[in-house]
Design a protein around this ligand. Sequence first.
Ligand SMILES: CCCCCCCCCCCCCCCCCC(=O)SCCNC(=O)CCNC(=O)[C@H](O)C(C)(C)COP(=O)(O)OP(=O)(O)OC[C@H]1O[C@@H](n2cnc3c(N)ncnc32)[C@H](O)[C@@H]1OP(=O)(O)O
Ligand SMILES: NC(=O)C1=CN([C@@H]2O[C@H](COP(=O)(O)OP(=O)(O)OC[C@H]3O[C@@H](n4cnc5c(N)ncnc54)[C@H](OP(=O)(O)O)[C@@H]3O)[C@@H](O)[C@H]2O)C=CC1
Length: 464
Amino acid sequence: MTDGDARLTDICSGAAGGKMATIAEYYAGKNVLITGATGFMGKVLVEKLLRSCPEVKALYLLVRPKAGQSMQQRVSDMMTCKLFDRVREDNPDFHQKIIPISSELVQPGLAISPEDVEKLSGCINIVFHCAATIRFDEPLKHALQLNVIATQQLLSLAKQMHHLEAFIHISTAYANCNRKYIDEVIYPPPVEPKKLIDSLEWMDDGIVRDITPRLIGDRPNTYTYTKALAEFVVQQEQDKLNIGIIRPSIVGASWQEPFPGWIDNFNGPSGVFIAAGKGILRTMRANNDAVADLIPVDVVINLTLAAGWYTAVHRPKSALVYNCTTGGINPFHWGEIEHHVMSSFKRNPLEQAFRRPNANITSNYLINQYWILVSHKFPALIYDLFLRLSGQKPQMMRIFNRLHKAISLLEYFSSQDWEWNSENLSMLMSQLTPEDRKVGRPTKHAARLGQIFNILQLTYEPDC
Ligand SMILES: CCCCCCCCCCCCCCCCCC(=O)SCCNC(=O)CCNC(=O)[C@H](O)C(C)(C)COP(=O)(O)OP(=O)(O)OC[C@H]1O[C@@H](n2cnc3c(N)ncnc32)[C@H](O)[C@@H]1OP(=O)(O)O
Ligand SMILES: NC(=O)C1=CN([C@@H]2O[C@H](COP(=O)(O)OP(=O)(O)OC[C@H]3O[C@@H](n4cnc5c(N)ncnc54)[C@H](OP(=O)(O)O)[C@@H]3O)[C@@H](O)[C@H]2O)C=CC1
């Protein structure tokens, strides 16, 4: 076991002997309900609970059938991933603790059978709500359905749970990105969610599309808008439930757990890095000096489990919000990221690159447009011409069009920075042992090493 492993295990075992139940002791014998368990963060949460809190009683996962696969098949496939190798080594029968429950979150009653509702009501102790649509181009009606209405329905189910001790909602640090300084409070919603839900119900998709920019106002997309509304609906239940809200910033590959560099998607910066490494992306609008608030997924999940424990044990009077960000502690800037990414790919080139990697960021709109023309569109045209002449189907312009759409949605986040207060996070850390604290909040050196790991040692499991 490495030094890092020992410390990361301690976050769940409270090795320094706190007065109250340690985190692993707390989760022992508990039944946990998780939504979004097949997603990026959900999988890491399931793995971490099974590995570091081995006495947990059972994990009930709300899963839908998808792409012709039953929910059981999807969960079985997920458990064969490399991500679960360490759990498998420790306990080959770990799958016995996983109980998939069929659920489609955008259906009435979450499409959970009455028998399952009864079962969950009688046994669940902690709920982790991770499911959401994280697409920046999601039509408002669907984003509202999943991020807000499904959250309301899950809260209704939670209120029926006789032994519920904590409800942990995963939000995003960017739910209030229309503000420059973001405190650990729930801000008044841009609109009363009920009024919006009632009005959108009768509108057809075309009308909703037309009024979406007016509704979302100074937020960049339907994702951040609906996540802000979701926080408000969660807060409405704070008198009846013990609630914790986690707001991670940009979640990247794992720093250490269960091994460095694990990721299952090309969302956000990861897709940009790969496009740069392949020599496709040569220019992007980003501010060199703006903070790149990246946080490794394992750090977010450690905090999430710690927040579940704290919420259940301390039962705070009102919902506690945890801004789970790195900028205030270990500021890392987009300019530095560019430098690390490019030097990593120069030392370790990716296979089958389109061109030699050479990406630059600029905050200047016109300079960026110039390089898009010269370094993206012109080479794509030439390459497509070559493909046509050699009897093949042109494809490069199509790839660039998709890339331009993706980066146009991301530029809002790379061109400015935000300041997040993280007092509740500090308070939570102070409740942990000194060793645990090091783990939950990486040192400056570790955070930078984490970034380099994330770039050099990515283990993509896209079909996991
Ligand atoms: C050189 C150094 C440069 C340094 C500067 C870097 C700056 C980066 C700045 C990033 C800032 C990100 C901020 C995020 C903040 C919010 C965090 C959260 O709360 S929530 C979390 C944040 N949420 C998000 O990040 C969601 C953002 N993503 C979206 O909204 C959509 O994916 C889409 C609209 C971009 C594309 O829609 P659509 O055209 O329908 O396409 P599909 O979705 O169906 O995917 C098609 C294929 O493209 C792949 N791919 C996906 N994304 C990217 C990418 N960024 N790029 C490249 N590729 C990408 C995808 O894997 C798939 O591959 P395959 O299976 O075909 O092989
Ligand atoms: N990734 C990031 O950078 C950040 C994420 N967050 C938040 O963290 C949470 C998890 O994000 P992440 O893991 O990245 O997202 P993913 O897109 O990887 O996972 C989303 C999960 O939600 C499930 N889901 C979506 N629609 C439905 C539905 N109709 N019924 C049932 N389940 C559904 C998906 O299931 P299925 O497999 O069936 O599609 C999947 O398990 C979200 O709340 C997000 O807002 C916050 C900050 C940053």
